[in-house]
Design a protein around this ligand. Structure first.
Ligand code: ING
Ligand code: ZN
Length: 306
């Protein structure tokens, strides 16, 4: 008998469907896909990821994630689409799979993701319960590089950007950082929505750029061209503070500044306007995800094995 799944990209799916799909891929395509776990969330859910590898010894590693913010459903769907394409259509991507291993975690904030389905569509944070009765920390303000220096709230009741009690106070960011540290990926991309931006670190203040910012920008422009080729949409490329404002404790800043991921970016996917905002219509999931995949492949295409 064959294992099955309920996943598609014409509607948004609950955590169970996505995690079941990852298990399905690993079971059905064991020569390229395997499931792993970074640990558990504060409510005990699994921080599951899919490793996609053709088994080449010197392959570069590329971490791709989505859904660190609960309500950004198109980011989660796009990361799930990256897994789907690379595994189910692996022969199409043989060139890149010959030199790059992908690690994809489509739901970085499973507790918040479920809560955004069951209770509050616009929920962003995780689901830590504070003594005040307020709930949640912003997992994209909690990473341990220049933590708390800008663009955060220190008030646990802030509904959006509470940075947590200290760097890596949250089990989700801490467990995932431990895993990324052990992997040492060369590529790191975090999918968010929305705005249509390719954001280049650092975000922790308005002036500090990585020494190799120009190289990151060169590669980001390749991604921009590949994404535009999908459906004519423009994704603006630039330094994060210039495009969306300074904010410390983001995952890409940590990936670049601490974990040593050379090509570290945040992608803000569709849409590009506040009217649609986080509620990207389901009929646009596929094209948004195709753009996201095109960007990832363009970055991977610039990696060279030793
Ligand atoms: N935007 C990001 C946020 O966390 C960002 C912008 C990117 C901040 C990288 C810091 C680092 O606020 C959304 N839409 O969440
Ligand atoms: Zn976000």
């Amino acid at each position: 008998f064959r294992s099955s799944h309920n996943m598609d990209w014409t509607s948004y799916h609950r955590l169970a469907d996505i995690q079941n799909y990852m298990d399905y891929l690993a079971k059905t395509f064991p020569s390229v896909a395997s499931v792993g776990s970074a640990g558990k969330t504060i409510e005990g859910r699994d921080l599951r990821y899919l490793k996609i590898s053709s088994g080449k010894k010197n392959a570069k590693k590329f971490w791709v994630d989505g859904g660190i913010h609960a309500r950004e459903w198109a980011a989660t769907a796009s990361a799930a689409y990256v897994m789907k394409e690379l595994v189910e259509n692996r022969s199409k991507y043989a060139n890149v799979l010959n030199k790059v291993d992908f690690y994809v975690m489509p739901v970085m904030n499973p507790d918040g993701y479920e809560y955004s389905h069951t209770n509050e569509r616009m929920w962003r944070k995780n689901r830590r319960k504070h003594s005040s009765g307020c709930v949640g920390a912003d997992l994209n303000r909690n990473w341990g590089y220049h933590w708390g220096e800008s663009g955060v709230s220190k008030n646990p009741c802030d509904p959006q950007i509470y940075a947590g009690a200290k760097a890596f106070s949250e089990p989700e960011s801490q467990s995932i950082a431990n895993l990324i540290t052990s992997l040492k990926p060369e590529g790191y991309i975090s999918f968010h929505t929305y705005g249509q931006y390719i954001l280049i670190p650092f975000a922790f203040d308005t002036v500090t750029k990585p020494k190799d910012f120009n190289e990151l920008r060169r590669v980001a422009l390749k991604a921009q061209a590949a994404m535009k080729a999908v459906a004519g949409e423009t994704y603006q490329v630039g330094h994060t503070p210039t495009l969306v404002g300074a904010a410390a404790g983001g995952s890409d800043d940590w990936a670049k500044g601490v974990a040593g991921a050379k090509y570290a970016y945040t992608f803000e996917l569709r849409p590009n306007n506040d009217r649609v905002g986080f509620a990207l219509p389901a009929r646009l999931i596929t094209v948004a995800a195709q753009e996201a995949l095109a960007g990832v492949l363009a970055v991977a295409g610039e990696m060279r094995v030793n």
